[in-house]
Design a protein around this ligand. Structure first.
Ligand SMILES: Cc1cc2nc3c(=O)[nH]c(=O)nc-3n(C[C@H](O)[C@H](O)[C@H](O)COP(=O)(O)O)c2cc1C
Length: 311
């Protein structure tokens, strides 16, 4: 079945529209023309993130709006389908209606690494066990300088390769080893597995599609953890630095495991907070996965241009 591609004005239906589906053969397309009333009814349902049915003028054809898929059951044609989120976006933009996504309820759970030690052992020992665990490929002791010299961000992930739990464990454990102001660890990490939440994070990051990566970590600042007697601005700065460093450690750990990542700083903080249902300010999102292509690192300034020596 072809993919819904666009909505445009229809010259045969004033104030209505043409919905176009591209077929596999690029020259072919299926088209549904809606009159103004039909388009208005569809828009009303989509704007409310609701489900429902719109009956068309011919008194036979119907549009069934479900949460994931919209089905067009048409009189003289095969059934056409479109993803609800894609069509909602297209139609609301066409009608110039701002879209307020329905809030989704999320229930964050405690993270349990795949390597567990005895309950009586300390948190420190638990962290060490994860960090030191020998991996199947034995790559856990990769030279740091080799990792630094080879790291390259990626925005094209190979989603056919599975990331194993122990890899995520190590990436998160690396974040936990980062230095933090006063060792108060003024940050928190959201490990986002939920597909719908990932999709929404794309929207909250200026529609950067690669935010929807195989592994998605959102690093947030938690200044309330920084129990130091300083002004709130200082605590905010410390927690931003804590969260940033933790993300950088995770990024390096991902590289050490043969993975690649993309650091996302271009985020709408308010939207990310709403999506994660948290009061904590996000500092960055790390999208992690196997790169489709292994590319050499980007060039940098020469050290002589980077460093000023004060003797
Ligand atoms: C603070 C910060 C913000 C960034 N924000 C984004 C972003 O929003 N989107 C993106 O595609 N890349 C973003 N990047 C990734 C950089 O573009 C990338 O790291 C840089 O081009 C250097 O490439 P390299 O990581 O391969 O060395 C960001 C990186 C940093 C450190």
């Amino acid at each position: 079945m072809g993919k819904f591609s666009k909505i445009e004005p229809s010259y045969i239906s004033r104030d209505g529209c043409r919905l176009v589906w591209e077929e596999i053969d690029e020259d072919d397309s299926d088209v549904v023309v809606l009159n103004k009333e039909e388009l208005d009814s569809l828009t009303e349902i989509l704007a409310k993130n609701s489900t429902g049915k719109v009956e068309l003028e011919d008194q036979f054809s119907t549009i069934l709006i479900n949460t994931d898929i919209i089905q067009f059951r048409l009189k003289d044609s095969k059934m056409l389908e479109a993803k609800t989120n894609a069509m909602t976006k297209a139609i609301l933009e066409f009608k110039n209606v701002p879209h307020v996504p329905k809030p989704i309820k999320i229930y964050p759970k405690e993270f349990l690494p795949s390597i567990q030690i005895d309950k009586e052992d300390s948190d420190k020992e638990q962290l060490e066990a994860v960090l030191k665990a020998k991996t199947k490929s034995g790559i856990s002791e990769t030279d740091l300088f080799k990792i630094l010299s080879a790291r390259r961000s990626t925005r094209n992930f190979d989603s056919s390769k599975t990331i194993e739990q122990w890899q995520v464990d190590k990436i998160l454990a690396a974040a936990d080893t980062a230095p933090t102001a006063g060792n108060f660890q003024g940050f928190e990490v959201f490990y986002v597995k939920n597909k719908e939440v990932k999709r929404r994070l794309v929207e909250a990051a200026n529609n950067q599609p690669y935010v929807n990566a195989p592994v998605v970590l959102v690093f947030c600042m938690d200044p309330a953890r920084v129990k130091m007697n300083f002004r709130p601005e200082i605590l905010a700065k410390f927690s931003l630095q804590d969260a940033t460093l933790a993300a950088a450690y995770s990024q390096l750990a991902a590289s050490a495991l043969g993975l690649s990542s993309i650091w996302i700083g271009m985020i709408n903080e308010t939207k990310v907070k709403q999506i994660l249902q948290t009061e904590l300010r996000p500092s960055s999102i790390l999208g992690i996965g196997y790169p489709q292509k292994n590319r050499p690192p980007k060039s940098r300034r020469n050290l002589k241009d980077l460093v000023r020596v004060i003797e």
